[in-house]
Design a protein around this ligand. Structure first.
Ligand code: DGP
Length: 142
């Protein structure tokens, strides 16, 4: 594992900051976004600190995308949305706010009006906690 001290997602991976974890293996970690843009919004990160897609080593991207698929299927099964976007932002022009590469799993509903950028509004933590448990059960049973 190659994590750094000052990164918020590295702290989450190390368990220094709490998170609603839905998946973890030796190379990847997934947790609910605490500012969800949709019910079931989750984040998947490698256990390797790298800021973006340009710098991410290939050997970390493969396992991370594998975990993205696993979590996406789990969120789909639990939330049953009309569709799903996988989003990954690079640099400020793309509204990246945390500089540890991460993939958003964003469930979509027809005509939900979501756009590529969104306001950071904290979700209902009890609701996120309960949903995380259900999604984690799906990811574990794959
Ligand atoms: P981006 O803008 O693509 O860099 O997305 C960063 C996301 O990370 C954003 O949707 C909010 C989320 N986020 C920021 N801080 C925390 C945190 O401490 N915990 C969790 N679970 N999510 C966070």
């Amino acid at each position: 594992m190659a994590l750094v001290d000052e990164c918020i997602f590295c702290k989450i991976i190390r368990g220094e900051i709490p998170s609603f974890k839905v998946w973890e293996d030796d190379k990847t970690f997934a947790f609910m976004d605490i500012n969800p843009v949709a019910k079931g919004h989750a984040l998947i990160v490698p256990k390797f600190h790298t800021p973006n897609i340009y710098e991410a080593p290939q050997e970390w991207l493969g396992p991370t995308l594998g975990a993205v698929g696993r979590v996406a299927r789990a969120v789909r099964d639990e939330v049953q949305p009309d569709g799903m976007n996988i989003l990954q932002a690079n640099d400020k022009g793309a509204a990246q706010s945390v500089f540890h590469i991460h993939f958003h799993v964003i469930p979509r509903i027809v005509d939900d009006g979501l756009t590529m950028n969104w306001d950071m509004v904290p979700g209902d933590m009890d609701e996120i906690d309960k949903l995380a448990e259900k999604i984690a059960a799906h990811t574990a049973s794959e």
